[in-house]
Design a protein around this ligand. Structure first.
Ligand code: ADP
Ligand code: MG
Length: 698
């Protein structure tokens, strides 16, 4: 049997393959493009294309595609075959540098938020050489950015690459001030931990709500849920183990560093975490991981649910974005150093993140906002919708000492004074792991925990990279002009701590009292829903920062706000329509036919003994018919709301109507349906219960 190291990355046109299949010159210029972002010569592109095609064909590929990430949040591809006719009637396999570098998908049906008029509906895709090409099925996939002919970004990769670029530029300015003349680039890296549910295909097929919306819209709480915490890190069931094994193999072949896997809190819930890598590659890999999770599930008779809240009352699924920044030589800039001088640099980068998170809480919040994730944030399982940061006791004590000019009573008992060379040496904090904080420092990286399981991690990292780049830009501007670097540095660190103290919270983020303190005393933002936060993408401070850095144009921001709100509205309207259909054509008829049979049972009893009260049957029929009346009334009401939201003047108003009118009625309709489920004989209920679904996998 072959070992993992034999087939790891076997479907990737990675550095090993490039080195083996390209001439030394071509390899060197491609490497320079990858590492330093220099432009690629067309003759080099032709040579790369040729080698890529030969390698792909040798590995069974017949087609190629420019693989991109439109604003739908999933990936898109349009396949072209390599074949080209020969005069003798045969075909040869061809692929040119031009085809590698640029593609023109007919992309008129991807959302553009008004950036692309229909008469110039085509967009173009451009090769991202920093993310390796790979083979999926029989297709060579080339990771690309997707833009309009006017040059506007229509995807998630373009702004992500721009944000990485500005972060690198500003971070290098800081490093130069600390005497680092060798670093060429600063790169942000991410390790996204991915949660998901696995259920059987058999159960899934019986639930229109799961099929149409990815989550259950009805369902009474099962007698056994996650109360016992017996699933978390529990033994993995054989079907799940077989699934995970194949999933790992498929991911490894694609060079994805799938590392850990375990059961999660809820029954049927699991997690997969990769080893971290460069942000844009981590983003591509996470998109691929989500796709392959679903494909492999289908082969095992399973369905992988990536929705944030597939089951009400059961823990939802998130994605933890572990993020850090490092130099091209591998120095982690968020790792406390060995010497006080290194620690001063570390503290400055740390402060840049603190300032970024406080100044742009709203951007971080809206980067994770979707209709699905709204069900999670603020429930007792995921961080609240309020953004705050956890630093741990030791770092907190250091910052407090700096802020107040008091002695630092940490492990080293150092006096904190002005000037770089007396900053203390401190250890990584790995004792206190606060799991309730949305944004936690975990020793040498930050873990942002508000992402939903189905979110692309691109949006979060665009905002994070940009906001931190902005802090660093402000710092560099000030420090480059300072007369005394050390004094200016110390003052700036101190000022950041003073100004942004409010964002640091080390207590229990799930506590109701924290939300009150955060909003009433500290003035932190609490945007509870997508409709609340998304309009703030266009707040002046956000537009100013993102456009000044060159991450987005104002038009791009406007289009993104519209597209995200449209996604929100469409998702909820589909759910509402599904509820109406299920209530009318499945639930109400099921209750009625059960009530009718109960009535028949009562009549039969009375036939035997006419004086029998049949109070059980009479009561039950009364309850059932009361519930059906309520269900019908609420279904009518929901239908009216669906019609009414069409009258909204614009997308912002529509999203507010959905939040205020539609979602509440959906909750109200669910209540009598779930009550009826609990008193209707199981054989009459038209779809599997929560218990059936959650414990379906053996
Ligand atoms: P947890 O206790 O949250 O599971 P782990 O130490 O297992 O934490 O790491 C979780 C994730 O963080 C992994 O994907 C890991 O690769 C990633 N990670 C570790 N170091 C870094 C780093 N410097 N930058 C980005 N991600 C990192
Ligand atoms: Mg984690």
């Amino acid at each position: 049997m072959s070992t993992v190291s034999d087939y790891f990355g076997s479907l990737v046109f990675d550095d090993r393959v490039m080195r083996a299949n390209l001439s030394a010159d071509v390899y060197a210029s491609l490497r320079k493009t990858i590492d330093e972002g220099t432009e690629l010569d067309i003759s080099v592109a032709n040579a790369v294309a040729q080698a890529m095609k030969d390698w792909a064909v040798a590995n069974g590929a017949t087609h190629f595609t420019h693989w991109f990430q439109p604003l739908t949040g999933i990936t898109a591809e349009k396949h072209d075959s390599f074949i080209s006719p020969s005069p003798d009637g045969s075909v040869i396999m061809e692929f040119s540098g031009k085809e590698l570098i640029k593609g023109e998908p007919d992309a008129s049906s991807f959302p553009s938020g008004g950036l692309r008029a229909t008469f110039e509906a085509r967009g173009y895709t451009a090769w991202d050489p920093t993310s390796y090409a790979f083979i999926k099925g029989r297709t060579l996939c080339i990771p690309t950015a997707f833009c309009s002919y006017g040059g506007h970004a229509l995807d998630k990769k373009t702004p992500l690459l721009r944000s990485m670029e500005v972060l690198s530029k500003q971070a290098l300015r800081i490093l130069r001030l600390f005497g680092n003349d060798t670093a060429k680039r600063v790169v942000s890296s991410v390790g996204p931990e991915q949660e998901y549910f696995l259920i059987t295909k058999e159960m899934y097929d019986k639930r229109p709500d799961l099929r149409f919306t990815g989550r259950t819209l009805f369902g009474a709480k099962p007698p056994k849920g996650q109360e016992l915490d017996d699933h978390y890190f529990g033994a993995i069931k054989p079907t799940v183990a077989a699934y995970m094994e194949e999933l790992n193999d498929e991911l490894w072949k694609l060079g994805i560093l799938a590392k850990t896997e375990h059961n999660e809190v809820a029954p049927a819930q699991h997690e997969l975490a990769p080893i971290y890598t460069t942000t844009n590659i981590a983003t591509d890999h996470n998109q691929l991981t989500m796709e392959i999770m679903q494909k492999v599930a289908a082969k095992h008779g399973l369905v992988c649910l990536l929705h944030e809240k597939p089951f009400a009352g059961v823990n939802g699924s998130g994605k933890h974005n572990n993020w850090s920044i490092a130099t091209d030589s591998g120095q982690n800039l968020l790792s406390p150093g060995e010497t006080p001088y290194e620690n001063a640099q570390f503290l400055l980068f740390l402060c840049a993140v603190i300032k970024a998170v406080d100044d742009y809480q709203d951007l971080l919040r809206l980067a994770v906002a979707t209709a699905g994730n709204d069900h999670r944030l603020g429930a007792n399982e995921a961080p609240p919708a309020v953004v705050s940061m956890f630093l741990g006791d030791e770092l907190n004590a250091v910052l407090t000492a700096i802020e107040n000019d008091t002695p630092y009573l940490g492990t080293e008992k150092t006096q904190m004074k002005l000037g770089v060379d007396v900053l203390p040496k401190f250890n990584r904090d790995n004792t206190d792991r606060n799991r309730t904080s949305p944004f936690a420092f975990t020793g040498n990286k930050f873990e942002f925990r508000m992402l939903g399981s189905s979110n692309s991690i691109a949006c979060t990292n665009i905002m994070l990279n940009s906001a931190v780049a902005e802090s660093l830009r402000i710092y560099a501007d000030r420090l480059e002009g300072a007369e005394d670097f050390e004094t200016a540095l110390h003052e700036m660190i101190r000022k950041t701590i003073k100004d942004h103290r409010r964002i640091i919270f080390n207590g229990n983020g799930y506590d109701e009292s924290w939300i009150r303190e955060a909003t009433e005393k500290r003035g932190l933002l609490n945007y509870r829903t997508t409709a609340d936060c998304m309009p703030h993408l266009l707040d002046k401070k956000n537009v100013d920062m993102l456009t000044a850095l060159g991450v987005f144009t104002e038009d791009e921001l406007r289009s993104r706000r519209d597209i995200m709100l449209e996604n929100y509205c469409k998702s909820v309207v589909i759910e509402a329509n599904t509820m109406v259909e299920m209530a009318r054509t499945m639930i109400a008829p099921a209750i009625d036919s059960y009530a009718a049979d109960v009535a028949r049972a009562a009549s039969a009893k009375r036939l035997v003994s006419p004086k029998l009260a049949c109070s059980y049957e009479t009561d039950l029929i009364g309850k059932l018919s009361g519930l059906v009346d309520e269900i019908t009334a609420k279904t009518d009401e929901l239908e009216n709301v669906i019609l009414k939201v069409h009258e909204a003047e614009d997308i912002v108003e529509e999203s507010a109507m959905i939040r205020d009118l539609m979602l509440p009625v959906m909750c109200e309709l669910r209540v009598p349906c779930d009550q009826a489920e609990l008193i209707t004989a199981k054989s009459y209920w038209p779809f599997p219960s929560y218990g059936d679904i959650l414990f379906s996998v053996k």
